[in-house]
Write a protein that binds this ligand. Sequence first.
Ligand code: SF4
Length: 337
Amino acid sequence: MAKQGNRSSVIGITSTIPVEIVFAAGLRPVDLNNVFINSSEPERLISQAESAGFSHNICAWIKGIYSTVINHDVKKVIAVTGGDCSNTIALAEILARRGVEIIPFDYPLDRDGDFLRAQIERLSISLSTSWSDVRAARLRLKRIRDKLRELDRLTFIDNVVTGFENHLFLVSSSDFRSDPEVYESDLDEFLIEVGEREPKKDEIRLGYLGVPPIFGDLYEYIESLGGRVVFNEVQRQFSIPYDNEDIVEDYLDYTYPYDAEGRIEDIKRAIKERGLDGLIHYTQTFCFRQLYDIILRENLPIPILTLEGDRPGRIDSRTGIRIEAFLEMLDDRSYNV
Ligand code: SF4
């Protein structure tokens, strides 16, 4: 797990939440998804949850979160019980019965600002912090969020950042690896380093849609075939890349917890702005979000390849062949236009 300091200051999160509140309270947020997938043996964590009774047809991320909380003796978890995943509701109950203190956080499905403000206030009260401290934490994190926007720009305009590097920084902005100072310093170093690189050329430009991949080598594989992901949809959303006046607006603009319309607008903008040739929609086995594939296909104007992943590890040969065929098809189209 990320550097922990005082264990009682660690608070697990099951998905992106207004993390400003956690830092304002002097606590250390830990995104349990990232700890699970970056562990040395994520497959073992899944087996552990299955031995504890989680059935085969429950998504691997839920099992990974469960085992991570148990193994790291996480005492307190903020569970996103609205706007993320219905499995989290039952997972939170199981964890509560194992002695974990659960603090629920709900995003309103109808994007109601008053409801979201009330949720943010409720979380602030639960963590004994004030609006003025939250505002100060927001300003502090905004500086880092702006640097992440620069990293993203360097990915799709200057073409000096790989899809995987972009993914890694953006996906870990849900908790800033529990330590914004260290995170910012790593980011500063990275931004200096990429300034020296030669731009990448003549690639097939891809957008990656959906929850982060459970495959460890997806980006590497795509790049080995001449493609590059220049838009990581949900990971970018985790970084809250907006200029707003307050935290409620920030998390109303965050597209992931709400209906598909906001996502579609965001993706369409990226298709134009980033010159995308095609989209890869990653879906997780046993995840209800797979159904969004229908809506995305009906509403997005460029070719989409839908992939499905189940357990952690390298991409399987069938998935590899499908990616290869998709990239060949996009390559042929680019010659024919
Ligand atoms: S991948 Fe889907 S089912 Fe699994 S935790 Fe995420 S939202 Fe839930």
